[in-house]
Design a protein around this ligand. Structure first.
Ligand code: GRF
Length: 193
């Protein structure tokens, strides 16, 4: 089960997935890290772990179709079966979706469909909700709109700052993402796909 992780930032979810694989809790191989941010911290982490990387600068391509075509080639060369978005700060376009529809997962730090898009934790904090959480879903052409696979709720207390909220959301993400990837991969393999 070869997966590619797509990330634009720190990569704490990348770390959590690698740790789950090393602990024998997740039966797959991170065979490629794709990043659209040449300065992202996650790239150093991937190099330390000897995860192959494909790093690109979108500004050097005429359009999204052009860089996604190159991503597709990299995925195919590396025999990637699943794409796991982990803080990839871009909408997936038709070029990638067409090749990997139904095999792209995303994690979002709210209980979708509440608070899609950027700064979901801040949005939830400002809205004063008493429950928020984490969602894992299949990716479609929309912004955080695909079919929901798993959710975990987190009660928000009056004492919690936005920083507390963020820490607790991350703790849930780092547990829920590896578990859900494992379930999705097992389930799909059992169906013989
Ligand atoms: C996570 O909160 C994830 O839900 C969101 O982007 C963040 C990525 O964090 N989509 P990290 O780079 O994995 O630390």
């Amino acid at each position: 089960n070869k997966i590619a992780i797509f990330a634009s930032g720190t990569g704490s979810n990348y770390d959590a997935i690698i740790a789950a694989i090393q602990a024998g809790e997740l039966d797959c191989e991170v065979a490629l890290l794709v990043s659209d941010k040449p300065a992202a911290k996650v790239i150093e982490k991937a190099k330390q772990n000897q995860t192959p990387t494909f790093v690109f600068d979108p500004r050097q391509y005429p359009d999204k179709a052009a860089f996604e075509q190159e991503i597709v080639e990299q995925l195919q060369v590396n025999n990637i079966e699943w794409i796991v978005l982990a803080g990839y700060m871009r909408l997936v376009g038709p070029t990638l979706l067409h090749e990997y529809e139904g095999r792209i997962l995303n994690i979002h730090p709210s209980l979708l469909p509440a608070f899609p898009g950027l700064d979901a934790i801040g949005q939830a904090a400002r809205a004063g909700v008493k429950i928020t959480g984490v969602t894992i879903h299949y990716v479609d052409e929309g912004m955080d709109t695909g079919t929901i696979i798993a959710q975990e709720a987190l009660p928000v207390t009056n004492e919690m700052t936005e920083v507390d909220l963020q820490k607790q959301i991350q703790r849930i993400e780092h547990k829920l993402y590896p578990q859900t990837i494992q379930q999705v991969i097992l389930h799909t393999n059992r169906k013989g796909n």
